[in-house]
Design a protein around this ligand. Structure first.
Ligand SMILES: O=C(O)CCC(=O)C(=O)O
Ligand SMILES: [Fe+2]
Length: 315
């Protein structure tokens, strides 16, 4: 029995109709916690249909009652264009209106982070023409890098690889690091701003990106030689591009090594590496095999985003 959360307790007991009725009654009465729960259910289509409009309305009502996290969540939906046209400036204005400690932190970070258009102006070095491998200097601000590492630290788990047969994640000696993914609805405006920049730098849409991963390699940990694209038939799920953002300095080893090209790249905090995994016809480019070399001393922190040929996060 879940004493602290009676709705959860009803659901766990299989009394779904009662739980739904209580949440709907609470929402109608303007109870912020019920509105928040209803928004979550409508966003994910739990205990009723997926309905982004209803989620927006519930979040707006909860925010009007003073629930700051509802205002922040709605700002993210507006930035990402979930249930509405994307409007980054409108989302920033909404965040400003929320004015709690977390929204102020996000706004301060947005102030010191490169914007969407500045992504195109950052200095680029072409490390390889085919496959295309480009290093972008100063892609992320130091503050953004610290923020990503800080907000991911608690959620880091041993990294998994996708089992090609079952599609499930499983531990594998290929990948020895800790990792976490920032799923779409856990994004905030700071993360979304980075994802927008990644989209701009690769000429893709944010919807093509898989969730941003944050990786932490301890001494001796590595990501052994692998390919980010799938070997099979090209299609919308193919991972056409990868973007890595180095989140820290101060470790030895840990270079990103393109084994077929004899190319070793040592990252600097805030720099990004963009590489194409596929040929023009969408098949895997066999020259794109790569590894994260073992870290010697210190910890290596990295953000990575795999970008698909088609939409990954549907609206
Ligand atoms: O850690 C690295 O340098 C490589 C990471 C990588 O290959 C990936 O995340 O797909
Ligand atoms: Fe990779």
């Amino acid at each position: 029995m879940n004493e602290s959360d009676p709705i959860r307790a009803l659901i766990d007991a299989g009394r779904i109709d009662e739980a739904v009725a209580q949440v709907e009654d609470g929402a109608r009465a303007g109870d912020p916690a019920s509105l928040w729960r209803l928004a979550d259910w409508r966003l994910f289509g739990l205990y009723g249909p997926q309905d982004f409009g209803a989620a927006h309305m519930a979040l707006a009502a909860a925010a009007a009652k003073g629930l700051a996290k509802a205002g922040r969540a709605r700002a993210y939906l507006i930035a990402a264009g979930i249930g509405c046209a994307p409007d980054f400036e409108g989302a920033v204005a909404m965040l400003r209106a929320v004015d709690d400690a977390e929204s102020r932190e996000q706004l301060a970070l947005l102030e010191v982070s490169p914007g969407f258009s500045e992504a195109m102006g950052a200095p680029r070095t072409i490390l390889s023409e085919r496959p295309l491998i480009v290093r972008i200097t100063g892609f992320a601000s130091a503050e953004e890098c610290d923020y990503l590492a800080m907000r991911s630290a608690d959620a880091l788990q041993p990294a998994l690889v996708v089992d090609p047969v079952t599609g499930d994640g499983k531990p594998d000696p290929v990948r020895r690091s800790d990792a976490m993914s920032i799923l779409a609805l856990d994004e905030d405006l700071v993360v979304h701003n980075l994802n927008r920049r990644i989209a701009a730098a690769t000429g893709t849409s944010t919807r093509q990106g898989e969730p941003l991963n944050v990786l932490r390699y301890a001494p001796g940990q590595e990501f052994r030689r692998h390919h980010d694209a799938y070997a099979g038939v090209p299609g919308p799920t193919q991972r056409i591009l990868t973007v890595l953002v180095w989140l820290n300095d101060g470790y030895s080893g840990g270079e990103t090594v393109f084994t077929e090209l004899g190319l070793r790249v040592a990252g600097r905090k805030g720099d990004a590496l963009v590489f194409r995994n596929t040929l023009d016809d969408g098949r895997r480019d066999e020259r794109g095999w790569h590894a994260g070399a073992p870290v010697g001393s210190g910890e290596k922190w990295l953000a990575s985003r795999w970008i698909r040929a088609g939409v990954y996060t549907p609206e």
